[in-house]
Write a protein that binds this ligand. Sequence first.
Ligand code: GDP
Ligand code: MN
Length: 442
Amino acid sequence: MSRKATVLFLKGQGFTTNILKSLIFVLATLCNFQIKTLILPQKYNSMNIHEYQGKEILKSFGVRVQEGIVADTPEEAVEAAKKLKETLNSDWVVVKAQIHAGGRGKGGGVKLAKNLEEVKQKATDIIGMQLVTPQTGPEGKKVNKVLIAQDVYYPGESETKEFYVSVLMDRAKGRNVIMYSTEGGMDIEEVAEKTPELIHKEEIDPKVGLQGFQTRKIAFNLGLSGAAFKDMTKFIAALYKAYEATDSSQFEINPVLKTSDDKILAVDAKVNLDENALYRHPDYAALRDESEEDPTEVEAGKSNLNYVKLDGNVGCMVNGAGLAMATMDVIKLAGGEPANFLDVGGTANAQTVKAGFNIILSDPNVKAILINIFGGIVRCDRVAQGVIDAYKEIGNIPVPIIVRLQGTNAEEAKKLIDESGLEVYSAILLKEAAALVTKVLS
Ligand code: GDP
Ligand code: MN
């Protein structure tokens, strides 16, 4: 028989988390568990920023970019276009929706405008639209700003050519990698699937950094020569410097453009800053755009809760990432599906429990809540009091709550819960809690 388990790849890369992850895999395999791996997307350990912000950062490190001015209204868009005409002599401009998702071109979020009337028209169309791209999901994302950018695909001496360049970390190797391809401007996942031989990788040894021969190899493999070759080596070197200095977790520049007069520049910029290093760059906090993030996750972040929404029906609130994973498995064994991953950390007081309740209850799929706290440092009776206080403060909670408290003062905690008169079931043993989950779901 094959049993089911969920293995959640955690945001944390801490020692215990990593050991736990390996242990769970070994155990699960030995016990013939069928493992469902839920790998959290990139965003959980990185902060996403807008294209215009990413380009500002790149520019400050000497990376050439398609120049532009950000605008909130069609009037500002027209002003921006006038300014680009004055300063760069750019007759045509592109109006680019600023949302935290790629594939904007395909969804109608990138439009060429050949005169000021067209700028106004296209900015009016794009600002406020609900932009749906292959990366936004069917509900799309609301556009609040546009980048008015110079047209860099102007005709000239030679053909323009689009490339793909990204810089990222290969965790298995512990090295940064520059990934690049002649197939720029397209969906890189598709290129990777159909023509993987067209994607190249250059590994960088952290002891010596990016070397000149490597930037030349990249320019050569991209089929460049002459001035464009030289400019590409400079572009790659500056891009890598920016990646390292900003502690980024990923840069993706698609397309990198060779203009008709052989200049190399970034037309697009997907910059992901490593959240774990943000404390070293306090000025980047201002780049955060919360309107682009999942509101419940923003709320959780404010209360210092580690929350990830899932699709199930049983909400859970746990202290410690390892226990949270085990609790999710218990929910599955009890016939439910976890509605979330929520680690309240070391402090399970009334305030954190209340924030946790509110976040879990904002999900309409939740039919029951399982609180599973091990009272090691924090005493169970204090947690129980916290649960009771939070419950009373919120008022009527429409779903049954199961509280399993184990550890210091577990008996006292159970008594507190049982005598509270609230619709809260208490348990000390995990199997009792599991039985209660099964009971309230049926
Ligand atoms: P994405 O669709 O979200 O990846 O947005 P990009 O910034 O990559 O732009 C999408 C596409 O718009 C590019 O691949 C180009 O083909 C096109 N584009 C971007 N800038 C210009 C420009 O200055 N002139 C012209 N003609 N097309 C552009
Ligand atoms: Mn792009």
